[in-house]
Every structure is written in structure tokens, then in C-alpha cells.
Write a protein that binds this ligand. Structure first.
Ligand code: SF4
Length: 346
């Protein structure tokens, strides 16, 4: 019977050191291997050149490295790159590199599919198969960092958890991945350059505040009126705006960090003055900034980008109320890499 080998990256550094001691080796060997696994992102034990051949064979006999594989990579006319990433069990997720003149951002996935059912989102049509492991999230970042260096001659500068899945439904693994990304023993990136984007799970927003996380928080709001939000994001019925508001107040009281609201304006859905007024009122609960995101169609006619006039009305009213607002043009639309379009179609 074949023995199922353990994923070596599921071990902490301490566990790896203990493993080597139990093998009659030095604990220090654990540090060396740990460095290969994370900082140097080794795909094979063979690559660990400062470890003896016998030790590499012993590792090979006991463990696997479940590294992701970039199955296909597509480049958009605007320079956006989309990776379809194959996981060790054959499932696929997508991640995206978004270059601008000043930064390169990785948009990474946290789940295979999604358990939530936002009506405007292509990922929602894929059943949630499983959560990603910390190393699978980490590997997506490493792959994009390498592509950034290759195509844009600079390392990755920012990360957003805005790909497939709701990151707060895979909280522990997302936090472990971020720990590795920010650790000097991993990629050493500043948490200030990382944004977790959630559809708004109040209990978990409070938990993040209690855990004193150092990264940024963005909330996909899209409506500040319960009835409207529930039609486009049905889980709003379980997590209504009142609870979301309370959790965001809690977040700000604890972290003193502004929240970003992601907001798409659709024709006939949330483009009236009543919608704008409700949003402005919501924005006043805690210090925030607003990203109005251009809508990316996903093959059905239910959702259409609002008129320019409706967008201007939003922007003007927000600005009149001294709320910082940015308009995000869509990137990578031609390769289905834009926000809400990730659906494993490539
Ligand atoms: S928008 Fe995000 S939370 Fe909503 S279904 Fe899509 S991936 Fe899930």
C-alpha cells in the first residue's frame, strides 16, 4: 500500500527542526530546509543544494512539496496578466497581475470557487470546492512576483485578496499566508501593501480587529440599502448592513485604519439619488475612502454599467461630503481577468 506523504510546507519551522532532531540530525538543518521552502520557493528537494544528497532523499521519502503550477498564462492588451493555476489535486484557481506606471499589484484567490452568491460575479457560479492552503496562496504571490520581474523589471508592490473566494471564509489560512508573505523568512513585504477585500462578514471583521492585523481592509459594499444589497448579494440577509456597520466601527476603534469601500454602479439597480444618499450616510459612520469600480460584464444582461451621469452624480455627492473617491477603470477585460470575471474559462 502506498503511504500518503505529508505536505512539508504544512509544518512550522519548529516542527521541521524537531523532525530533524528526531532523525538524529541537527535542528539547524530544519532552518536550512525551511529557507528553501519559503524564501527560495524550492519546487523540489533536489534544488536544496546545501543539503546533503542523503538528506534530500530522506525528505523525498517522507514528504511532498505541493507547489502550484501555472497552467496557462494570458496577457491582456493593457499588460494585465492572468494565471490559471493548477493545484496539487488538479483543481484550478486564477490570479492576476495588474501593472500601472507606479505599481504592480497581485490579485490572488483564497478559495476554489466561492460559497457566497453575489449575483454579478462569475466566480459565484462555480461551486465552492475547498479552501486554499496557506502555501497555495503564497505560491500565487511568488508566481506573480516572478512575472512582474520578468515583464516589468520590478518586484510586485501590492497584493489584494480580491480573486476567487471570500477570504474571511478561509480566515486561518489567509492569515497564515499573509504571515509568510510579510515575514523576512518569506517575501518580507510590508502588510501596508496588502489589502483584504471582503463582501462583509461582521463576525470575522471583528476578529481581524481583535487579532490586530496590520493589513488594509476593503469592503465590497455596492449598496447601503438592505433590500437592494440583498438582491445583488443575497448573504446580506444573514449579515445585514446594521451588523456590518457595527463591525466596521469596531474595526476602526481598534485599528484606527480607514476602510475602503468597493462600489459598482449598475443601471436600474443602485443608480438613483436614494442609493447615493444612503451610501453617503454609510460612508460617514467610519473614516473611509471609496473606489468606484467600472463594471465588467459576465455574459448575462441582468447587470449593466450605469450611465456616466449616474457615476458623476455619485462622485460629486461623495466629494461634496468630503469623502475621497477614486474611479477604477477595468483592467484585463479582454482576457476575463477583471474584477468579478474570474471563472476558470481559460
Ligand atoms: S464577489 Fe467575491 S464573495 Fe461574492 S461571489 Fe464573487 S468571489 Fe464570492
Amino acid at each position: 500500500m502506498e503511504i500518503k506523504k505529508k505536505d512539508i510546507r504544512a509544518l512550522t519551522k519548529e516542527q521541521l527542526r524537531d523532525f530533524f532532531v528526531k532523525q538524529g540530525d541537527k535542528a539547524f538543518r530544519g532552518n536550512q530546509v525551511y529557507e528553501w521552502l519559503w524564501q527560495k520557493s524550492a519546487h523540489n528537494f533536489e534544488d536544496m543544494t546545501n543539503v546533503s544528497k542523503e538528506t534530500r532523499q530522506m525528505l523525498e521519502d517522507n514528504f511532498v512539496i505541493n507547489h502550484i503550477k501555472v497552467d496557462t498564462m494570458q496577457r491582456s492588451n493593457d499588460g494585465t496578466v492572468k494565471n490559471a493555476v493548477r493545484l496539487h489535486d488538479g483543481l484550478i484557481v486564477e490570479s492576476v497581475l495588474i501593472p500601472t506606471t507606479t505599481r504592480t499589484t497581485a490579485c490572488v484567490s483564497s478559495q476554489v470557487g466561492c460559497s457566497l452568491d453575489c449575483k454579478f460575479c462569475a466566480t459565484a457560479r462555480l461551486k465552492r470546492m475547498r479552501n486554499l492552503n496557506p502555501d497555495e496562496i503564497y505560491d500565487q504571490v511568488v508566481a506573480i512576483d516572478n512575472e512582474s520581474k520578468l515583464y516589468y523589471n520590478r518586484p510586485l508592490s501590492n497584493i489584494v485578496f480580491m480573486g476567487m473566494g471570500e477570504p474571511l471564509m478561509n480566515y486561518n489560512n489567509v492569515i497564515k499566508a499573509i504571515d509568510k508573505i510579510t515575514s523576512p523568512e518569506g517575501l518580507g513585504m510590508s502588510p501596508k501593501r496588502i489589502t483584504l477585500s471582503t463582501s462583509g462578514v461582521p463576525k470575522m471583521i471583528k476578529k481581524m480587529a481583535d487579532d490586530a492585523v496590520k493589513f488594509n481592509l476593503a469592503v465590497s459594499l455596492h449598496s447601503a440599502i438592505d433590500e437592494v444589497r440583498t438582491t445583488i448579494m443575497p448573504f446580506n440577509e444573514t449579515f445585514p448592513l446594521k451588523d456590518l456597520k457595527e463591525s466596521l466601527e469596531y474595526w476602526y476603534a481598534k485599528t484606527k485604519r480607514k476602510i475602503s469601500y468597493e462600489y459598482v454602479v449598475w443601471k436600474g439597480i443602485n443608480d438613483t439619488q436614494k442609493d447615493i444618499d444612503a451610501f453617503v450616510k454609510f460612508c460617514k459612520y467610519v473614516p473611509c475612502k471609496v473606489n468606484i469600480i467600472e463594471y465588467n460584464p459576465i455574459d448575462d444582461g441582468d447587470f449593466q454599467q450605469a450611465t456616466n451621469q449616474a457615476l458623476e452624480d455619485y462622485i460629486n455627492t461623495l466629494e461634496k461630503n468630503r469623502i475621497v473617491v477614486n474611479v477604477r477603470r477595468s483592467r484585463g477585460k479582454d482576457i476575463d481577468a477583471a474584477c468579478g470575471q474570474l471563472a476558470n474559462k481559460s
